[in-house]
Design a protein around this ligand. Structure first.
Ligand code: ATP
Length: 238
């Protein structure tokens, strides 16, 4: 079986600083794959490169067998790869519904777009209750839900989530992680970047630990949760 996403030897630099130093991994259809690691390990840079926002120095990326490097970001969305970025990046003056419609900007099927907005409101009822309010009035956790909802509006084959639990209360974080699990059950393939290694590994099929631009350890989510070095370095155990 060919993987939905195949990343091989990816290298990315900001000027002279090499942030990603040759990483290789795959994401199979239907899987949740997580990249964990400390601040500055290169996780966000990896996602931004896969989205077409940064041009890498070297490496290949195949999405459903098609090369992605050099393809403009809007074409990558059209191919079925959506990105819910770190720091949310919603449009605070636009309403919640308007933000969701922006996530469907490439779609012409207006009836299905309306249905998908309703689906986001089923996933996150608080967004539906406040549909016509400016989204800047939402709490941080609610804005995170909106960013995820907006990414889903392109009906992606692969959803990339960058730190969906960042800055959230434990209850909100639990809600976001439950939603990630629900999305996986409904067939969405997910590449998840998370600081909260325990939460991410608990629901991931595969995980990769990144340190200073390299993948230093890979395994199943459950395997990494029980790995002694992961437990010491990332799960706060001694
Ligand atoms: P975090 O969890 O803190 O976001 P990360 O694993 O996502 O960490 P990146 O944001 O990808 O890490 O950063 C990788 C390295 O690249 C870091 O050393 C960072 O300082 C550097 N870096 C990131 N963005 C830029 C930029 N625009 N210009 C220069 N250096 C950058």
């Amino acid at each position: 079986m060919t993987a939905l996403l195949e990343v091989h030897g990816l290298r990315v630099a900001y000027g002279k600083i090499e942030a990603v130093k040759g990483i290789t991994f795959t994401v199979e259809e239907g899987q949740v794959v997580t990249l964990i690691g400390t601040n500055g390990a290169g996780k966000t840079t990896t996602l931004r490169t896969l989205s077409g926002l940064i041009t890498p120095l070297d490496g290949t990326v195949l999405f459903a067998g098609q090369p992605l490097i050099g393809v403009p970001a809007h074409r990558i969305v059209a191919l079925g790869l959506a990105h819910s970025p770190e720091g949310r990046h919603i449009f605070p003056r636009l309403t919640i519904t308007e933000n969701l419609r922006l996530g469907a900007f490439l779609r012409k099927d207006t009836t299905a777009v309306k249905q998908d907005i309703e689906r986001v409101y089923e996933l996150f009822p608080v967004l539906g209750e406040r549909a016509s309010q400016p989204s800047g009035t939402l709490s941080g956790g609610e804005q995170q839900m909106l960013a995820m909802g907006r990414a889903l509006m392109s009906r992606p084959r692969l959803l990339m989530l960058d730190e969906p639990s960042m800055g959230l209360s434990p209850i909100m974080m639990q809600k976001i992680m439950t939603t990630v699990a629900e999305l996986r059950s409904s067939g969405t393939t997910i590449l998840l970047v998370e600081q909260n290694a325990r939460a991410a590994l608990s629901l991931a099929d595969q995980g990769h630990v990144m340190e200073t631009g390299r993948i230093v350890l890979s395994g199943t989510g459950a395997g990494l949760l029980h790995d002694e070095s992961v437990r010491k370095a990332y799960l706060g155990e001694d």
